[in-house]
Design a protein around this ligand. Structure first.
Ligand code: DC
Length: 227
């Protein structure tokens, strides 16, 4: 059996997405960026000028479809049939997504989609609650962390590279605010799952963290095969 489920959680800027994408590629697995699904929901919520009321969230979640597609250009995110992959990366959506993702109605629907996408295995899924809620029985759970300085620096470079303006100090402030919000919300707060391997990426390269997780995955596949 080669089709394990790999859950990678951690705060923003810890290197989850880059590593998860690369590990999935090496293993020939599907990569699923669950943050993109919450971002697409936040975009829909913002466009409809809704209030933070359960009725509004219910109506929204009954009327939208969110899907991911793996293409040669990387993973694309669709809101209904619109490719919103770039629109969901703006600082405005980044700010807006935490309160939207804290809502239970939103989480129930997205967790349901994520479980269906991952149930057959051969998947690397990254987010905040993958090892705790979405797949608590994942074969391999990783919890990635890094210092706030490192994470802010990475986000600044990423934004500059994609042509956006970026002020590192402001980014660090927003990042810490989002950490606080995501870690203290009532439903599915960000925390290390039982049995998760913690990796601090502050002073290792992307290549090193990818190798590390890839090797854990190979070991895990071997162990599962022995059963
Ligand atoms: O990983 P990201 O920055 O793209 O995630 C965007 C937001 O979505 C983040 O503030 C927390 C939320 N999120 C979540 O609550 N649960 C997940 N599984 C993934 C993301």
């Amino acid at each position: 059996m080669n089709n394990i489920i790999i859950a990678i959680d951690g705060p923003s800027g810890s290197g989850k997405s880059t590593t998860a994408r690369e590990v999935a590629k090496r293993l020939g697995y599907i990569y699923i960026d669950t943050g993109a699904m919450y971002r697409a929901t936040a975009l829909a919520f913002q466009r409809e000028h809704l209030n933070f009321e359960d009725d509004d969230f219910r109506k929204l979640m009954d009327s939208i479809t969110i899907s991911l597609e793996n293409t040669v250009k990387g993973q694309r995110t669709y809101l209904n049939d619109e490719d919103v992959s770039d629109l969901i990366r703006t600082p405005e959506i980044t700010k807006f997504v935490s309160p939207v993702s804290a809502n239970g109605i939103v989480r129930d629907k997205l967790v349901d989609i994520q479980r269906k996408l991952g149930e057959k295995g051969a998947v690397v899924m990254d987010g905040r609650d993958i090892g705790t809620v979405v797949f608590p029985n994942a074969h391999l759970k990783i919890y990635m962390i890094a210092s706030a300085e490192t994470r802010a620096h990475r986000r600044t470079l990423e934004m500059k590279l994609s042509g956006m303006q970026a002020d590192e100090k402001e980014i660090k402030k927003l990042l810490l605010e989002r950490d606080e919000y995501d870690s203290n919300r009532e439903i599915s707060p960000l925390r290390r799952a039982d049995g998760a391997i913690e990796i601090d990426t502050s002073s290792i390269t992307i290549a090193e963290q990818t190798d590390l997780i890839y090797n854990f995955a190979l070991h895990c596949i071997n162990e599962v095969n022995k059963l």
